[in-house]
Ligand binder design. Structure first.
Ligand code: 5AD
Ligand code: SF4
Length: 478
């Protein structure tokens, strides 16, 4: 059990269950048809995982689901605070519900997630969005039944935003978006305080789930037929540091890899400062662990990395990549996050990011223009470069990565990969989309019943971002 972590007790869960039953009663007295809920999720996979629990709790109350906001009796926006753009979208979308709510006073509008955990945002919602009924923070998701009940039956709006270091709630119901591919959070929060990032403020300190709880959920997923299971944490490499006895992320991976069944394990995000040789070796040795490393470097310049409080240098990052390539060879695929235009970054310093991008040859990049976040140290730094200039730098970086991606893709022509077929493709009506171990996407023609299975696919034509391929004859559909 983690030190200093509040684990939600069975009794608290029972209390919530009682509220859930009360809501069911209210819903059946109010509506003759099954009421629908619309849960809109912004941001990262952790939010997607939280929304799956929210939907699990709502399903237990009797709600059905819709993607049409204006067909719903309950609309929940699960928000993201990482960049301003995400926040603006939420304000726009919430504002667009005003008329609907005024015409349908029985509809409940709720906001939750990282954005709400910031005081200035909660204040703005209170003052300028009076039609929002319920606002709850990241540490009280498990109390949704109680909070929703209060919002539905009381006369006041409910704002529940405790600023704790967080809790771990096991045993919540879950309704997953996909029946073959699952998200599995192994830890919550972040201790790193990168100077630009709001996450440690809104998600609290790092806390790891117990190995036995993760293993139980993992086994359950495998037995239900899930094939791709992605372990989630802001910094999975520091998993278990708060557990007693201590467990490393590598040890957890090895235990999960040893489970019976045909599945693939992915994980994200790795932090370079905590990524160890042991982890890379574990990835190389465990046959069910994908050889994909999402290892964000953010910047290729040491002065900027220091200002970002990242805790590694360009050289130590490159040493990690060399180590990973030596251990996994061609099977390895690397992806990264990059921030362009950190306060005070010069064009020459930005070019160090471009050259690091050239050196590591990532298969994919997630690139962001720096966005100031209230309360973070970087927001107080001088930021003289204009947004237009930063956008120009960004286009320059993307052009470089496009060339690298195309070169990398070209090297895969004729190779065969074991792939997980995850859904419909985009290249044409009969195309399916499949993911290789290294997170490349191959599209091929095939029947929909192949979705959710592993297949061997041979690359016939590399395009810029996807590969075109065909199923190996031995396993071709008959
Ligand atoms: N501005 C721009 N990008 C950011 N990220 C985090 N905070 C900011 C910010 N303030 C990016 C980082 C991180 C990813 C999830 O989002 O690259 O790795
Ligand atoms: Fe933010 Fe850094 Fe934590 Fe990632 S590691 S969530 S970028 S503070």
């Amino acid at each position: 059990m983690a030190v200093n972590v509040k684990r939600i007790s069975e009794e608290e869960l029972r209390e919530q269950q009682a509220f859930s039953d009360k809501i069911s009663a209210v819903l059946s007295s109010r509506y003759t048809k099954q009421p629908l809920a619309c849960v809109v999720t912004y941001g990262c996979q952790q939010n997607v995982a939280d929304s799956e629990h929210i939907k699990g709790m709502l399903a237990a109350m009797g709600y059905g689901f819709t993607e049409d906001r204006k067909a719903a009796k309950l609309v929940i926006f699960n928000t993201c605070a990482v960049r301003e753009h995400a926040e603006d979208r939420v304000f726009g979308n919430v504002g667009a519900l005003k008329k609907y709510k005024l015409a349908n006073p029985d509809v409940v509008i709720a906001l939750c997630g990282c954005m709400m955990q910031q005081q200035h945002i909660a204040d703005k919602i209170k003052a300028s969005f009076p039609f929002v009924d319920l606002v709850f923070g990241t540490h009280v998701v498990h109390r949704l039944p109680e909070l929703l009940y209060k919002a539905m039956t009381g006369r006041r709006r409910v704002f529940e935003l405790p600023d704790t270091d967080g809790v771990i709630a096991e045993g919540l119901p879950v309704k997953r978006d996909n029946d073959r591919k699952a998200w599995l959070p192994i830890m919550y929060g972040c201790n790193n305080f990168c100077s630009y990032c709001v996450v440690p403020y809104v998600r609290g300190r790092e806390r790891s789930r117990a190995v036995k709880d993760i293993e139980a959920e993992f086994q359950q997923l495998v037995s239900e037929g899930y094939k791709e299971i992605t372990l989630l944490g802001q910094n999975v490499n520091s998993y278990g540091k708060d557990l007693e006895p201590r467990v490393t992320f590598s040890q957890l991976l090895r235990r999960l890899n040893a489970q019976e069944g045909d599945f693939r394990i992915r994980f994200m995000t790795s932090h370079p400062k905590d990524c160890t040789h042991e982890l890379l070796e574990t990835m190389a040795q465990c046959d069910k662990v994908a050889t994909h490393l999402h290892l964000p470097f953010q910047s290729g310049n040491n002065r900027i990395l220091k200002l970002m409080n990242r805790g590694y240098t360009r050289e130590s990052y490159l040493a990690l990549i060399d180590d990973a390539k030596a251990l996994m060879g061609d099977a390895l695929s690397i992806t990264s996050d990059i921030i362009v235009g950190f306060p005070g970054e010069t064009y020459e310093e930005f070019l160090d990011t471009v050259s690091l991008t050239e050196e590591i040859k990532a298969t994919g990049l997630f690139t962001f223009i720096y966005s100031p976040r209230v309360g973070t140290p970087a927001a107080a730094m001088d930021d003289p470069v204009s947004y237009e200039d930063k956008s120009r730098w960004m286009r320059e970086l993307l052009a470089v990565q496009e060339r690298i991606s195309a070169e990398q893709m070209a090297q895969h022509a004729g190779k065969t990969f074991k792939c997980f077929v995850y859904g419909k493709g985009k290249l044409g009506e009969h195309y399916l989309a499949a993911r290789t171990d290294g997170n490349l996407i191959i599209e091929f023609e095939g029947g929909e019943r192949l979705i959710g299975t592993f297949q061997n696919i041979k690359v016939t034509e590399p395009l810029t971002y996807v590969l075109k391929g065909e199923m190996e004859p031995a396993r071709k559909e008959v």
